[in-house]
Design a protein around this ligand. Sequence first.
Ligand SMILES: Cc1cc2nc3c(=O)[nH]c(=O)nc-3n(C[C@H](O)[C@H](O)[C@H](O)COP(=O)(O)O)c2cc1C
Length: 175
Amino acid sequence: MKIIYGVSASIAIYKSCEIVRLLQKEGFDIHVVMTQTASQWISPVVFTALSNNPVYVHDTDHGAVMAHIELRENCDLMIVAPASADFISQAAVGSAPNLLSTLLLSFSGPKWIAPSMNPVMFKHPAVQFNLTRLREYGYRILSPETGEALCGDLGEGKMASVEYIVEQICNIRMR
Ligand SMILES: Cc1cc2nc3c(=O)[nH]c(=O)nc-3n(C[C@H](O)[C@H](O)[C@H](O)COP(=O)(O)O)c2cc1C
């Protein structure tokens, strides 16, 4: 099964390496697409090695004419984990300033979003409004966990666990 795995610039980005590694081991064909900020936090080289596929940041990377059209071919699922507040906002309004947000619009298959942010940010009505909108559009939101954020704030906002996300993706093979 082919998966487009989106990575945006949330502090939970380090967990996405493990998720991609585990999914690749499970036999999924993983194509990582990063936002520009995410690609400055973790080099695309890391995800290239973990996924065994080229990593895209821009629409014309690796000689593509329009990666937002080419990558979606035969894709079974698109997931963005972690999804930053900024990325969620782009998705909710249908804005497409980068390859990852453009792919969300051009791919008509199942789309999952795993929000990851500080609990005060997550509770903000603007973020909640955006998530409600995404649910209405048919996105599946993988709810964040409750706990202590890196900054010490307590509440809901930590990205769903690596194990949960991998398990949910593995489950779609059985359907
Ligand atoms: C160290 C650091 C950690 C951050 N962690 C988060 C986070 O967990 N969630 C979030 O929504 N934004 C976080 N931000 C802010 C985003 O990185 C910022 O909004 C960025 O523009 C998102 O870019 P992207 O959505 O294009 O990847 C963090 C910023 C910094 C400097």
